[in-house]
Design a protein around this ligand. Sequence first.
Ligand code: ZN
Length: 260
Amino acid sequence: MRIARFTTGSEPQYAIVDGEAGNEELVVLTGDPMYTPGSVTGERIKLTDDVRLLAPVIPRSKIVCLGRNYAEHAKELGNEVDDLPLLFLKPNTAVVGPDDPIVLPHYAEDVQLEAELAIVISRVCKDVSPENAEQYIYGYTCANDVTARDVQRQEKQWFRAKGFDTSLPLGPWIETELAHDDVRVYGRINGETVQEGHSADMITDVATVVSLVSEVTTLLPGDVILTGTPAGVTTLNHGDVVEVEVEDLGVLRNPVIRRG
Ligand code: ZN
């Protein structure tokens, strides 16, 4: 099931996404189905220009990200792969939705895309085993872990490199049933594929990622975990359109701007 958050001009609402790509309809729900047993209102809306999809979740407390979870990407940046994945945080103020602009920060020259599969947590989760981790996953969405690469290379902490406003597009919706260990992940700039990976090539798989993060911190409903990016990270420029696609999930598309 695909769950979208959207607006037609007033308060955000939630809907089940029905229909094939390019012909989707929103089956409007009464509340946020992550927190309430949402029932359908009876209203159906065509997914057209009058409807704006929003980030499908605004993480209540945190976004935990994995670095170096695909060997080829670690290698392209000259990094060794460790047994334990590198973990870092992005603030929830970094989140934007589909079609929202990524605003390149004025202090960075080389800002790159990172196409990633994102996990959305459904309930309070602490010290779970990989075997039980799936019970705490609400679903999956596409994420772009936008990174100021030049700043990241200069600084040990990555807050300026990865925590700036608009550095985390999420969407277009949450897919609650995804064969998460068997999907391709693509990154495209202006229609050209620059990243292509497969979730089976992750060094740490989805269930183990949730378990490892839950050893460190209590995960709350709506928290998001990014699972790392495949090789092919590429510089974004003003005027570009960047896409993240996760197979069987959807395409997240954002324009890139630099404010002069
Ligand atoms: Zn990343």
